[in-house]
Design a binder for this molecule. Sequence first.
Ligand code: PEP
Length: 251
Amino acid sequence: MRQPFIAGNWKMYKTAAEAAALASALASALKGESGTKVMVAPPFTALQAVREALRGSRILLGAQNACTELEGAHTGEISLRMLRDAGVSLVILGHSERRHLYGETDALVNRKVRLALAEGFEVILCVGETLEERQGGITEKVVEAQTAAGLASVAGKDLARVTIAYEPVWAIGTGKNATPQDADAVHRFIRGVLAQLYDESAARGMTIQYGGSVKADNIRDLMKMENIDGALVGGASLKADTFLQIVQFDR
Ligand code: PEP
């Protein structure tokens, strides 16, 4: 059995005070609940405030990105060492906004994945096709290439700290989401890729989240699917009530 995993990506929203208020509301609402793994990834500038707000809570503190180096002359970057210092235990890597707006390549994402794992972090590795790629019938080719490249040289023993987030780019922030059946088909395909890269049992054990306009009204149907183990949530994670309805999908 894979543990459900719901993660909130707050992107470039919220000041430190706003983020802390949201984190406090989530922490108090989820007090005592333990079934679903939950993570929030605030902007870097709010990490310290959110860390304080989550103290004593089981909600994990995540980051939205990290540099390929631990320190050095990298103006504007944030290193994993700094993120650890800020209380982060999990890092989102290869988000489509990083790939498509900031030119992150598979090779760069893989360097980040390997360094994050070597530094003891958990990783959410995002993969997903654009609308053009879906319409061109190459969804599987794209997600296979991104999964294989993202995990290149990652040892099987480290997979327990890796979550794959399948996020079709055309569904992110657009209100259009893949049907549960379409999403599940891609998740099953990714699990097959993982079985080829590693083995069946590793593939069966891996958590694969869906991301792309996940909301309170579609999470239950998504979570009923055999290969969908959770969600990476953008817009609906920015308010306590909408995110809590997703986290508590099984109520
Ligand atoms: C995301 O940021 O990864 C995402 C899926 O965003 P949204 O839920 O807003 O589509």
